[in-house]
Design a binder for this molecule. Structure first.
Ligand SMILES: N[C@@H](CCC(=O)N[C@@H](CS)C(=O)NCC(=O)O)C(=O)O
Length: 257
């Protein structure tokens, strides 16, 4: 029997990228959630990568979202390609993917600086987790502690994150403005579009993304201002358009525990 499982954290934008890659290929799969820190123990021996998302495709394991894209094109050449065969185009797609990943890291740091001490991230992560009482409290503590340490989610980083993110968003917008179709490169959805749109998902909360469910929850005014500014520029408009026209999410982001 065909069995494909994507290991993830429900609230993660890298997980969103992994799901979108599978959705764009048109492959069926299940989403399975991992607990923080334990993800490393589980994934490292199987994939050689500690982070989510990771794919188990009928026993073939792949860690890292970009490697998942490469794997899927290789394993399923008959399905819509995520990367072009043309070497130049492919190289540009990978460059935009890499720019998107850098943006994603900063978007996560910025969001977590303002949100990690609020109820929002643990609620998104653990809403369906089979935990109660002291186990839930412990899981939330582990999550908050890991996020603060691993992603440097503390206020002293705000100036550097803001400056770096602004420069990278400008770079991404150059690609958006230079595009010749509704897509970043070529005339169809590619890894480049999926990577950039998913990495900006938490900042923009587009419909069809996990963050749409919390878009009306009150957050720090700094995050609201950042979202409004991004939403109004061509880059933000591009993300909303691609989400609306090409996300086709299976509403499976909450995953199974
Ligand atoms: N390069 C990786 C980055 C993925 C990543 O940063 N995943 C985070 C969640 S957003 C993670 O697994 N963090 C937990 C850890 O490092 O143990 C990819 O593209 O898949």
């Amino acid at each position: 029997m065909d069995q494909r499982i994507l290991y993830q954290f429900p609230q993660s934008h890298f997980a969103e990228k992994g799901r979108w890659l599978l959705d764009a290929k048109g492959l069926s799969y299940q989403t399975r959630n991992l607990y923080p820190v334990l993800n490393r123990l589980f994934l490292w021996p199987r994939t050689g990568v500690m982070t989510i998302p990771a794919l188990n495709d009928n026993g073939r394991w792949t860690g890292d979202s970009t490697r998942i894209a490469l794997y899927l094109d290789n394993a399923y050449p008959e399905l819509p390609a995520l990367l072009s065969d043309d070497p130049d185009m492919r190289s540009w797609q990978l460059q935009i993917n890499s720019l998107a990943e850098q943006i994603g890291v900063l978007i996560r740091q910025q969001a977590m600086i303002y949100l990690i001490n609020t109820a929002i991230p643990p609620a998104l992560y653990y809403q369906d987790a089979p935990l109660s009482g002291s186990m839930r409290a412990l899981a939330i503590w582990v999550f908050r502690t890991a996020v603060k340490k691993m992603y440097r989610a503390s206020p002293e980083y705000i100036p550097v994150v803001t400056t770096r993110l602004s420069a990278l968003l400008d770079q991404a917008e150059v690609h958006v403005l230079a595009r010749k179709s509704r897509f970043l490169l070529g005339d169809r959805l590619s890894l480049a579009d999926i990577a950039l749109c998913s990495m900006l998902g938490p900042a923009l909360a587009p419909e069809g993304s996990p963050w749409a469910s919390i878009k009306n929850v009150q957050v720090a005014p700094e995050l609201v201002t950042a979202r409004m500014a991004l939403a109004q520029r061509p880059l933000g408009q591009f993300v909303y358009e691609i989400y609306a026209s090409h996300r086709n999410s299976r509403e499976n982001w909450r995953g199974r525990w």
